[in-house]
Design a protein around this ligand. Structure first.
Ligand code: INI
Length: 180
């Protein structure tokens, strides 16, 4: 007899009704980031997210995204976050530091809190490359990020047995004992 394995499949739906989202946006290169933001909000709206369930927070630059995202995650109010930024290569090594710390910080915030944080940070050599990814030739990465946030919000709940996925921030007593 030929056996056919039929593994169970766990997927995240693409409906945003009843879900809460936080979007953290960098003002640096706002010509690009505001276009990414519009597309992310468009994706959430088309999937039936309600205005009162979406908060947008602006920060100065991409380097500030991780801290703001981590603080939003710690509130326990959201099902997923989207971090939006645009880092353009300049003449110095500054670009490399901002890129690596932004991506590392966002991944750490996501892993520390257990809340999905979608990485919508363009890292481009030229403005033209960024424009292409913010609504021109390469589509709009903001829209993709909106869909990814919805999918991960559902998936994350399923993988934690239906419970909200945010890990509660450490209590003051546990922090004190660590300092000793
Ligand atoms: N921030 C960006 O979001 N994009 C950039 O391209 C950029 N460059 O090239 O310098 C940038 N720098 C600012 C940085 O993110 C911080 O806001 C700043 O260093 C203050 O901490």
């Amino acid at each position: 007899m030929v056996k056919k394995l039929q593994p169970g499949s766990i997927n995240g739906e693409l409906t945003a009704s009843g879900l809460r989202f936080g979007v953290v946006v960098s003002r640096f290169n706002s010509f690009i980031t505001e276009r990414l933001l519009s597309a992310a909000l468009d994706a959430l709206e088309r999937a039936d997210a309600a205005s009162e369930n979406v908060d947008v927070v602006h920060v100065p630059g991409a380097f500030e995204l991780p801290l703001a995202a981590k603080k939003l995650a710690a509130t326990g109010r959201y099902d997923a976050l989207i971090a939006i930024g645009c880092i353009l290569r300049g003449e110095t090594a500054h670009y490399d530091y901002v890129c690596s710390e932004t991506s590392r910080g966002l991944q750490l915030a996501q892993m520390d809190t257990g809340l999905p944080i979608i990485f919508c940070v363009l890292t481009c050599d030229t403005l033209e490359q960024a424009i292409d990814r913010a609504g021109l030739k390469g589509g709009n990465k903001g829209f993709e990020a909106g869909l990814a946030a919805i999918e991960m919000a559902h998936l994350s709940r399923k993988l934690t047995g239906g419970k909200p996925s945010t890990v509660a921030p450490k209590s003051p007593s546990s922090r004190k004992s660590r300092r000793r």
